[in-house]
Design a protein around this ligand. Sequence first.
Ligand code: SF4
Length: 362
Amino acid sequence: MQAELAPRKKTRPIRVGPVTIGGDHPIVVQSMTITDTRDVEETAAQCEALADVGCEMVRVAVVDDEAARALGKIKERIRLPLIADIHFNYRHALTAIEQGVDKVRINPGNIGGEEKFLEVIRRLRDAGMPARIGVNAGSLAMDLVEKYGYPTSDALVESAMRYLEVCDREGYTDFVVSLKSSSVPMTVQAYRKFAALETGVPLHIGVTEAGDPAYGAVKSAAGLGGLLVDGIGDTLRVSLLGDPTLEIPVAFDILKATGRRVINPEIVACPSCGRIEIDLERIVAEVKERLGTSKLPIVVSVLGCVVNGPGEAREADIGIAAGRGFGMLFKKGVMVRKLKEDEMVDALVEEIGRMEAEADTA
Ligand code: SF4
């Protein structure tokens, strides 16, 4: 399956604190706090909660000058690279730079015109600080809206290219770009068209305003999945309503499902059907729980009967193909043991434990 994965689009690496976005570096998972940034302790606590679940960089909303001046104190209290999210007032970007954040996200479409964008870019360049230039369908320049009639993927790309040219003239290259909309087709088309221009600029991918956790996860997977398979995307955020820590496992699951970044076992289970002869739901739930902390990037398949079971199990790194009250344990395509139903979970988990130990000593 991995053989079908397109190579990553070539982009230049951008350092954000200790993390690198782009080049051959792993696709970085990021999120955004929902606390009032002026509340330093609460915001820092949420940043730390995000770090605990695997988030790799965090963005905070800079709503006013007080929030901008809180950034340095937040940065002192957290482990993750800190990104200042700026809309409307370019002065907040200048304060964020002075506060020594790790990256600034600006939306050039709403900070008051090219002169102000230029001033921010020059200050970023002089401070050696990276940025995200975030183009958004909701804040396109008026002439582009007039030209295209309404926001389109072409309008998003044209808008991004304008800002790129400004950065180019100023000698500033230390940035990533995003081209977001709440429409999956528009978002996907915009990123594909931008990637085809081969600018070398790393891409932050995401579907904005994705929705409540259940639908937002589906919408993000629909938008980001195709891009990742195409090799597009160097950092991503899954945008879900509510607790941002919920975004992180969804982001890693999208990376895992697309084969772009696998940091723990992928458990493949059949949906089950009238042919099922074992309690597959219980077995899969138990396997998932017992592998909860495993960091082994392998495919584990648990199939309910002999129709597809042996074939699928052979494709996986390790797997069980069940029959009537028994199962066959396959490892790297070879059947290693026949098991009773009540032995399956223990045998599978023990075997994976051995694989983990082997990987640790390799
Ligand atoms: S593997 Fe067997 S039990 Fe599972 S869905 Fe396929 S046919 Fe049904």
